[in-house]
Design a protein around this ligand. Sequence first.
Ligand SMILES: Nc1nc2c(ncn2[C@@H]2O[C@H](COP(=O)(O)OP(=O)(O)OP(=O)(O)O)[C@@H](O)[C@H]2O)c(=O)[nH]1
Ligand SMILES: [Mg+2]
Length: 594
Amino acid sequence: MYDLDDFDDGYYDEEEYYEDYGPPKPKAPPQKPKAGGAKAPGPSSMGKGVCQAAPKSAGGARGRAVKAEKARGFPAAPGAGRGFGFTSPSPDEEALSARKDSAGAGPASASAAASAAPARRPLSEYDLEAELVEACFREPGEAPGSLPALSLVVLGHVDAGKSTLMGRLLSETGAVGKERIHRLQRDMGGDGGAEETPWAWVLDERTEERSRGVTVDVASARFSTSRRSVRVLDAPGHRDFVPNAIAGASQADAALLVVDGAIGGFEKGFSAAPGGSLGRGGGQTREHVQLARCLGISQLAVCVTKLDTLGGAGYPGAEAAQERFEAVRQQLEPFLSKAGFRPGTVQWLPASGRTGDNLVCRPAAPELAWFQGPTVADAVDAFKASDRRVEMPFRMPVAEVLPKSRDLGATPAAGRLEAGAVVAGTEVRVAPSGRVVKVKKLQSQGDPRELARAGDAVEIGLLGLEEGELRQGDVLCHPSFPVPVVQRLEARVVTLDIMVPLLRGSEVVVHAHVAAVAGQVTEIRARLDPKTGAVQKERPRCVTRHQAALLVLELERPLCLEKYSDYKGLGRVTLRDGGHTVAVGTVTELLEYE
Ligand SMILES: Nc1nc2c(ncn2[C@@H]2O[C@H](COP(=O)(O)OP(=O)(O)OP(=O)(O)O)[C@@H](O)[C@H]2O)c(=O)[nH]1
Ligand SMILES: [Mg+2]
């Protein structure tokens, strides 16, 4: 009854690709890395990256306005500082404009005071320092007596109901008080009819987001369930803001995919575009699922919303709601499976932010009584908590540079530790600038912390950095085991629904963790069998849709990256062109780096 005509099941199984992959790679002599170079980065080679670009754009002012708005007690939103919206340039556009400006000077910090990079030491030589071992031992949990941490990204097509669901969940779990909801309701004005709910405004804080009813930035907030301390990242569904969704998903341990269950709603979000080109009218349900999996998320729950709309006003009756839920599931499941989310591992549930059904308590609506599965809170509890790779050297991509504060100093950085641990009073290296600075203070959502470990999302105050010396997309790392600052790399990628094949010379925007930079495909080393990874053809002329390939990418400006085999979170890349994701993959070799 609800079948899609254009359901395209030609998707490559990412799970198999990443987990069962391992055939010999084509032999192409890797260029000798400029390893261990003590060279201070020069202005032309180490200039601003994408997320560091366009400091004078209109977005700057907007960014500050947003910060002022966020400072009124709202949760920090990674990416908010970018300040791009419908009228200002997107991260993709900024990357391309940075390409044009690449002859210009980079940030002062990049050239001025870089500390000499130590000779590159193998990661295997790293031993967790005694001080950190002691700190980690002292604090076995997240903080004394607290719950294991989980970062959860909320994904899905535009208007699926993500912000509404999460805003209501924050309220039901007590993370947001009743007074705040009343204030929002008052701010909304209107006649208070059923159509006007304040829930999405809890997370959509920008004036532009509220007036258009569309999320732009990834908003971050915290709530607790009975078993998890959750950091929720509410991603935008609009296709213009996919780069922000990538930044959100790259910080998450698990994803909640919100699917609009209204008639036509699911179909729109799940449609493949005419001609099979993703993004050109295609639904973000597909793109978000593929991105999440390729960014390393393997834990997924699917939440079908808006079932209350099926019968006009209110629920249409148990039978219709159940029938629609099952129909959505039947169509989505094969796609999820092909994208790498095995059927048995995905949790399915109906819920509604607007009616509040099945969020924390079992559905109150008799029309959902047939559902015996988990609530949203149960689904969150069932996710495995953050992986703690504390035994690796410290790495933390800077998701946002926070405004100056008395507690945290001139340039506080917010982000999530990818690996290692850090305590206040120790030194960290800022890459790519190379500055070694002292950690003044650590905080988590405003509360002081002694220690931050892999998986934790924290704010770090750094001593000795001036405004402008730290940029979104920089990586804080261990001073003796710095993150490579990469100019040229080899990546194993899978193309999505592209209409124009990837060729040698194709220009793309390369996204990695929370950074992005313009780049070029300089070599197509091989086309690979997507299932086995075996080389199908050496040096093919092009790569078309749904193919796997080994590419060499030259970056316009250096990016902090790692091999996927060393650090998963810093070794994934997403290639975008013209506002569409064209390929996703992993870093297999660092060919030129410092
Ligand atoms: N009837 C009904 N409407 C809902 C439900 N959930 C959300 N809505 C409405 O759907 C519209 C979009 O909701 P949002 O929460 O802003 O959607 P979103 O997924 O966050 O949108 P983007 O962030 O812009 O992608 C709003 O008008 C909500 O009130 C639901 O369960 N039932
Ligand atoms: Mg939203």
